[in-house]
Write a protein that binds this ligand. Sequence first.
Ligand SMILES: *Cc1c(COP(=O)(O)O)cnc(C)c1O
Length: 394
Amino acid sequence: MSLSEQQAAALSAETVVVAAGRPPRERDEPVNPPLVLSSTYFGTGPLGDGDRGYGRYSNPTWDPFEEALGQLEGAALPGLLYASGLAAVSSALSLVPAGGVLVMPSHSYAGSLVMATELAEKGFLELRTVDIADTDAVLAQLAPAGGRPASMLWLESPTNPMLGVADIRALTAAAHAAGAVVVTDNTFSTPLVQQPLALGSDVVLHSVTKYLSGHSDVVLGALVTSDAGLRASLLHHRTIHGGIAGPFEAWLALRGLRTLALRVERSQASAAVLAERLRTHPRVGSIRFPGLPTDPGHERAKSQMKGFGSVLCIEMAPVGGLSGADAADRMIRALKLWLPATSLGGVESLIERRRRHTAEPASVPDNLVRMSVGIENVEDLWADLEQALATLGG
Ligand SMILES: *Cc1c(COP(=O)(O)O)cnc(C)c1O
C-alpha cells in the first residue's frame, strides 16, 4: 500500500487521487499497479492456503482502486468494487432483513427503484418511497407513529435526474434513531464534492461507470463503509452472488481516477456557466441545478457539498406547434458536439431526454433534458447549444 490511511487523511483529495493505490516504493517495482489476469492463485502449501484463493474472492487489480476509493471517502476500510453500479445496489439492498422496511427516494436512479420495487412485489421487503427533499415527509416514513420503523434509509443526493437535494445530516440522524442503516448513492457528487460518511451515512455507493472512471469506457460499481461488520456482509454477498469486477475494468477505473480532480473542477465550472446562460434562454422553460441561487436545493447543497456537480436538467418550453418534449428531441438532434446518449460523468458532454426510457417514472416531466457537462471548452459547448436551440425558431 502506497499511502497509509493517516498519510491520505493529511493530504488533499486532489493529491490522493494521484498518489493512492501505488505499488511499494521498491527498486524496479512498476509505478502503476499491474493488470493481473488470473482466475486462481497458488496456495503456499500442498493444500493451497494462500489468502486470495480464487478469482471470485479477490484480485490484485481490484485492491489499489478499492484502497484509493476508501481513502477518498474518508473510510477506515478499503472500498469494494462490483461489476456495475447496480451490482453494488443489489449488494447494499441485501442488508435489509427479510420483510424489513426500505425508505427510498421516489426519484432515485431508475434502476435502483426498479430493483427495490421488484423485491417489494415478491414480498422480500416493504418499500416506502418519499420525496427526499421533504425532510418531514421522510421522517414520517422512517418511524411512523404506530407503524414499523425502517430497516434501511436509501439516500441519493442530488437525485438522478430531478436533482432533489436531501438533508443528509438530519435524515441519517433520524434513521439511526429509528435503528436503520443508511446507504447514500454518491455517484453524482464523487467523494471530492460530497462525503456521505462524514455526514453520517453508513455505506456509500458509486456507479464507478460515471465520474470515477470518467471516460465512458467501463461499467463498474463500488461500496464503501467504515463498519467492519457491514463490510464483511457486503463482501460475502459479492463473493456468493458473484457481481465481481473484471480486472481490466478495475485497471481502467484507477487510470481514470488519477484525473478525477481536474475533471470535476473543469466540468463543475462549465456547468455553472451553462446553467446561468440557459436559465434566461427563451426556449428553456425551467432549469434544475443546485448551483443556481434560485434552485430550491441551493442552500442545503451549499451546507453539505463542496460544489454543485456538473449535471443539470432543463425543461424545454413548447414553441410553435411543438410540445416541450418535441422541442427537446428536435434540439438534441440538431447538436453537433454534445453526444445524444445516456449516462453521465465522462469527459464528453452527454445529453438526453430522460422519458425516452420507459423505466423512467412518469413523475419526471416528459420535456426534461438531462445534461452531463464534460471537460470540453465551455464556449464550444455553449455555441453548440445556442445553434441547436436557435433551430427551434420562436
Ligand atoms: C448509473 C447510476 C447507477 C447504476 O450504475 P451502473 O454502473 O449503470 O450499473 C446508480 N446510481 C446512479 C445515481 C447512477 O447514475
